[in-house]
Design a protein. Sequence first.
Length: 531
Amino acid sequence: MLRLRQIKIEVTKDSPETLIKKVAKILHLNISSIKSFKINKKSIDARDKNNILFVYEVDVEVPNENELLAKNHNLNIIKTPDESYHFPKMGSAKLTSRIIIIGSGPAGLFAGYMLAQKGYKPLIIERGSPIEKRIKDVETFWEKGKLNPESNVVYGEGGAGTFSDGKLNTLIKDKRFLGKKVLEIFVAHGAPADILYSSHPHIGTDLLRDVIINIRKEIINLGGEFLYHTKLTNLFINNHKLEAIEINNKEQIKCSNLILAIGHSAKDTFEMLKANNLNMEAKPFAVGIRIMHDEAMINESTYGKYAKLLPPASYKLTYTTKDKRGVYTFCMCPGGYVVNSSSEEKHLVINGMSNHARNSGTSNSAVIVTVTPNDFGNKPLSGLSFQRELEKKAYEVGKGRIPLQLYQDFQNNQSSKSLSSASYMLKGNYTLSNLNTILPSYISDAIKEAMPNFGQKIKGFDNDNAVLAAIESRTSSPVRIIRDEHMESNIKGVYPIGEGAGYAGGITTSAIDGLKVAEELIQKYSNEQEF
C-alpha cells in the first residue's frame, strides 16, 4: 500500500467523496483504480481561522505501486510502513504461582488482557466494585453526598480514567506502536473506530464503561479471574524476594510475580509498601483549580466562523511565571462536567469528565501549577500528605461540597455571592466560596499571573464571570516507585506500573505500561501452569 500525507481539504468541502477524489488526483489515477482506502490520521489545521482545513494521512492500495513510487517526486507519498504490534517470544522459566495484578485501571486491565491472550490466566485484584455497581455508587454520591470510600470516582474497575474525558492521545515516542495496539484493543471491544486515526482520540466516560466490561469478559473467557472488594494489605518477603501477599488483612495468597497498578490515590497502600521497604521517592506534580467556560465561546475563539462545523474545541495553554514556576491547562474537557472525585471522608477533590458527545454546553480544564519536593518535603510520601491537606481544606471551605467562585472574585480575594454566569456544569453539589483560602498563596498568585496571558491566547478565557472550582490536586502521582530496566522493583517479583507508580500520565500511557510489563513476564516465563 501507499501512504499519502498532508492531504488538505477545506472544512466546508469535507466528505469521503472529496477525499478519495483528491487522493486519485494526487496519484494521477482514476478513482476506479483505487482498490482499498483507509484513513490513518485526521487532524484540524486552525492556524488560519479564515481557512481552517482538515489534514489527512491515508493508506491506499493501487495497481503498480512500486512503479508509481519509482516515478514519484512527492515526498508525501511513501510506501506504507509496517506499524503492526508484535507479541514477544515466550520464555521458558516455569511459573510457581499465578501472576497477580493489583488494580483494574488501564495499566492493570491491559496487563491482564495481554497476559490472558497468551494463556497466563492472571488474577486481578480490585479494592473497589465492578463497574456496574461502581456507577451506582458514584451517582449516589453525586446526588446525595454519600461517599463509599472503596467504590467511587477513583476506586473501582476501570480506575479513575473511567470518570474522566476518556482522552487517548499521548506525547510519548512510540516506535513499537504499543499505543496503536492499545487503540485497536479498545476498538475491538466497542470503542468508536475513529480513535484509530483522530489526532485527539476520545471515547467518553459513557462509552468507556461498556468497553471495560467487554475487556473484562474476554479476560475471564481466557481463564483470568477478578476479585472485587479486595484490598492488598501486606507483602511477605524472603531474602528480598516476594513469596506471598495478604488481602483484606486476613487471607494469604502465594505469589512470586505481583504487578502493582494501584493508581495514584491509594495512600494506605503506599504506606504499606513503604513499610515493606519498597524503594520510592517523592516526585513533582501539579495542583490548582478548574475553570469553566461557555462551550460556544471556546469553539468560536478557536475556530471562528467554522465553529458550528467542527467538533468541540480543545486547547492546551502554558505559562512560566516571573518566579519560574510553570502554570498550564490540563485534562481539558470540551462539553464536559466538573465532578466531585473524592475518595476519602472529609476530603474533597475534583476532576473533569466528558461523555462521548461532549455536549453539556460547558467546557472546562484544570489550571494547575507545578509543585516539587522543595514545596512539600523530600520524604517519599510527603506529596501525598500535601495533597490530603489541600483536600481537607477544600472540604472544610466548601462544607463538603465543591467550592465555586467567579474569576473576578478570585482576583479580588472575596467569596462569590452569586453566579452571574450560566457556564458551569457539575456532578455533585456546590458552595460559593473563596478559593484563595484553600490554595497556598504561591499557587493562587501563579494562576492570577498566568490568566491574562491565557486570555490573550483564547479570547474570553479570563472573563470576570468564568467559574472556578477547587481543588484539582491529583493530576499525577506525587510518588515514583523505583524500578529497573525490566520494570522490577528492589523487591524481586514486584512490578510497579502505571500512573500510580509514576510512569504514566493518562489512560493510553497507563495501558502501554501495562502491555510493557506483560511483555517482560511473557519473555521470562512459559504459560505452563505448575500450581
